[in-house]
Design a protein around this ligand. Structure first.
Ligand SMILES: [Zn+2]
Length: 331
């Protein structure tokens, strides 16, 4: 929830950073900001860096960005600055409750201790329940002097329109692949990731999409081993029994594994298609046309699965059976 990155150290989001720096150039950065966009792209990280930049004692030297070194910047990064509060879902809770927003009003009623403003970051703001949202609206309608509210959410559409309309909006986009790679390699797990085979890094980046947190979660699992396991299973697919195929589908169907196997499947199919160009390694009895048709059919199915939430195990069963038959299996 906090970050040790300063605004100048943030990778990607160039237009967002320019927009925030313009806001800072004004006398008051605005009473309420809404940071919205896809999950895992660094919205909360940017929010913390923005607050650092607003509070930093050595900003003159560091320009628009916090210095990251002074006691103020450190307190913001560590989440223990007296003029900054993070409002998130409590442990084991699924929503931000009204009591938390009432406490926020109390926080804003006090004068800042050392910073120019009192700042609250709500993450994820869309998880406020109805009573909490209504209470927040009151704060937004009559913003306390020297207060700044930063709402962070992946689902801006779930916020009350009356809340949205009172915020300065900052839209975050998906990160470019190259930026995702730079973030991963420069982060805490950078050395570990840099030591991986390129194919493993590619696979985990594809599995996580542009979501850095998700990629890191994957990378901390045993996915290089899973990638190898998948390839071994694909190699013996034409010779396994129907029961074993069903077992394979079952084994890859939990949500986190499914996201990963979808990527592995696409990569594997691409390799098979490339191999058919030179007519090597295409497997028994499979023609280039057969592979193309199967790849097209599988892609359609995977897209449908993503859109309408098809049963993951059944999708994988269908895919594995199709691929086994394509290569001559009689299952
Ligand atoms: Zn500083």
């Amino acid at each position: 929830m906090t970050s040790l990155l300063t605004l100048d150290q943030i990778i990607g989001h160039a237009s967002v950073l320019a927009h925030l720096k313009r806001a800072m150039a004004d006398q008051h950065p605005g009473h309420a900001h809404l940071f919205f966009g896809p999950p895992g792209v660094g919205k909360a990280t940017v929010a913390a860096a923005f607050v650092q930049a607003l509070f930093c004692q050595k900003k003159g030297a560091a320009g628009d960005s916090g210095c990251g070194q002074c006691p103020t910047c450190r307190k913001v990064a560590q989440g223990n600055h007296g003029d900054l509060v993070w409002v998130t879902m409590g442990e084991g809770k699924t929503r931000i409750g009204v009591e938390q927003i009432r406490q926020l009003a109390g926080f804003f009623a006090l004068t800042p201790m050392e910073a120019p403003w009192k700042v609250a970051i709500l993450d994820d703001a869309a998880s406020m329940n109805e009573a909490a949202a209504n209470a927040l609206l009151k704060t937004l309608e009559e913003p306390p002097a020297r207060s700044l509210l930063i709402l962070v959410t992946r689902q801006a559409g779930k916020l009350l329109p009356t809340i949205r309309s009172r915020c300065l909006k900052t839209r975050f986009s998906r990160l470019a692949q190259e930026d995702v790679r730079r973030i991963l390699l420069s982060g805490a797990a950078g050395a570990e990731l840099a030591a991986l085979e390129e194919a493993d890094l590619q696979a985990v980046m594809a599995a996580g999409g542009g979501n850095v947190g998700r990629i890191l979660a994957f990378s901390q699992g045993d996915w290089p081993a899973l990638r190898r396991q998948f390839r071994q299973e694909m190699a013996i697919l034409p010779s396994v029994s129907l029961g074993q195929l069903v077992g394979l589908a079952e084994q890859w169907s939990p949500p986190e594994r499914f996201a990963f196997v979808v990527v592995l499947l696409r990569m594997w199919l691409q390799e098979r298609l490339h191999a058919t160009v030179s007519q090597t390694g295409t497997g028994e009895g499979a023609t280039r046309e057969g592979w193309l048709k199967a790849a097209f059919w599988i892609e359609q199915l995977l897209r449908q699965a993503a859109i309408v939430n098809l049963n993951r195990r059944l999708v994988l069963e269908a895919v594995f059976i199709r691929l086994a038959r394509l290569q001559g299996a009689s299952c």
